[in-house]
Design a protein around this ligand. Structure first.
Ligand SMILES: Cc1ncc(COP(=O)(O)O)c(C=O)c1O
Length: 390
């Protein structure tokens, strides 16, 4: 079968923005209060209730959330924080804000989330925390990670940028560790354009992070221009400007209300991919842990080089010729010039992550995809497998 002529391009991602989302943002525009205010409070309360956690703190990004989390645990110069090399640079860069060291580790060969054995092997007296990343929405081996953290007095801060909503052993991600950070970036499973949320059950951490997200001011300082507020406030610390706006939070509230329905549609699409692709020798499909609920932020296939005459990059090009957008998650951090020059990492150091990177393709996966769209992706992959069979 010849390649499909690219009549219409199917993008890698389109955010699911419906009329209720648009109306919610417009309503905020009409209230006269467009920065942090009552909508942010509504979004935080709804998010905390959804997960069943004491505190949800809305911030401008997941990067900000991770930064505030490390500040709240008192990360210090020369401390070490363990995290997977297979992640986005934000997970590690926040560690360097403190002149602390990101200790990169490899991932597990079946699920490609952080390998607890690799974490254990890289502990030193300077280890302070672990940032597991729920890659693509599949929760990490949290029981093992928690055990390592408990044995060694480390704090776990979960990078759940991909993991809303997801469960581990029946519990929502966001309720398991002292602090969890979520992302609402445009491609994420719940979006506010840009944005993030921190969840914690610990009151003292919540107080610190709430204050530091807005210049270290006392908690209700955002109300200072409102009828119920006062012009007087204290600045207890030199904080940051990491607040979310009511415009963004309005979108957060409407998106949250349909987050389970959106997840269900992504899971349905993942299932269609799985059924169609698992029989093809050219690709490996994702393996899910038995004790989790996947958020299905990403559906990543791995090409089998021994079964295909073309490499990952060529498969991406062929898909593009068929009008299908894809992405690669992620280039392992140790392959970037910064991590090599500043921290001495080198190619070949994390073979599982590198092999994954060389073979991975993230397929389109979002609720507004039609069955026909899914069919086009499957057909194109079948066609490539057939035409380039080794
Ligand atoms: C694993 C991971 N962590 C953190 C981030 C940072 O999220 P944000 O863009 O909300 O700062 C991303 C963004 O893509 C990510 O993929």
């Amino acid at each position: 079968m010849a390649s499909r002529a690219a009549t219409k391009f199917l993008p890698f991602h389109i955010p699911c923005i419906e009329e209720d989302d648009v109306n919610a943002v417009v309503d905020v525009l009409r209230t006269g209060w467009i920065t942090t205010g009552p909508k942010v409070a509504d979004f935080e309360n709804a998010f905390a209730t959804f997960l069943g956690v004491r505190h949800a703190i809305a911030v401008s990004s997941c990067t900000a959330a991770l930064h505030l989390a490390l500040d709240a645990i008192g990360l210090d110069e020369n401390d070490e924080v363990l995290l997977p090399t297979l992640t986005f640079t934000a997970t590690a860069e926040v560690v360097t804000y403190f002149k602390a060291k990101p200790i990169l580790v490899d991932c597990e060969p079946t699920y490609f989330t952080i390998d607890p054995k690799a974490v254990d092997a890289r502990l030193t007296p300077r280890s302070r925390g672990i940032i597991p990343v729920h890659l693509g929405g599949q929760p990490c081996a949290m029981t093992d990670i928690r055990a390592i953290a408990d044995r060694n007095g480390l704090t776990v801060i979960e990078d759940a940028a991909h993991a809303f909503p997801a469960k581990y052993d029946g519990q929502y991600i966001g309720t398991l560790s002292p602090i969890t950070a979520f992302s609402f970036y445009a491609t994420k499973t719940l979006t506010t354009g840009e944005g993030g949320m921190i969840t914690t059950d610990e009151d003292a951490l919540a107080v610190r992070m709430r204050s530091m997200r807005l210049h270290g001011m006392n908690a209700d300082a955002w109300k200072r221009y409102a009828a119920t507020g006062s012009w007087r406030y204290d600045v207890a610390e030199a904080g940051y400007k990491y607040n979310l706006t009511d415009l963004q939070a309005a979108l957060g509230v409407t998106q949250l209300a349909k987050s389970l329905a959106m997840r269900q549609r992504r899971a349905e699409i993942a299932r269609k991919y799985e059924i169609a692709l698992r029989g093809l020798n050219a690709y490996e499909t994702p393996t899910c842990k038995s004790n989790i609920e996947h958020a299905w932020h990403l559906y990543v296939i791995l090409i089998r080089p021994q079964r295909l005459r073309i490499g990952r990059d060529e498969v991406i090009t062929e898909l593009k010729k068929c009008g299908i957008g894809t992405a690669v998650h992620f280039i392992p951090l140790h392959l970037f010039s910064y991590y090599q020059k500043r921290w001495g990492y080198r190619p070949g150091q994390f073979p599982v992550a590198e092999d994954y990177f060389n073979r991975c393709i993230s397929l389109p996966l979002y609720p507004t995809m039609t069955d026909e769209d899914v069919g086009l992706v499957i057909e194109a992959l079948e066609d490539i497998a057939y035409r380039f069979e080794a």
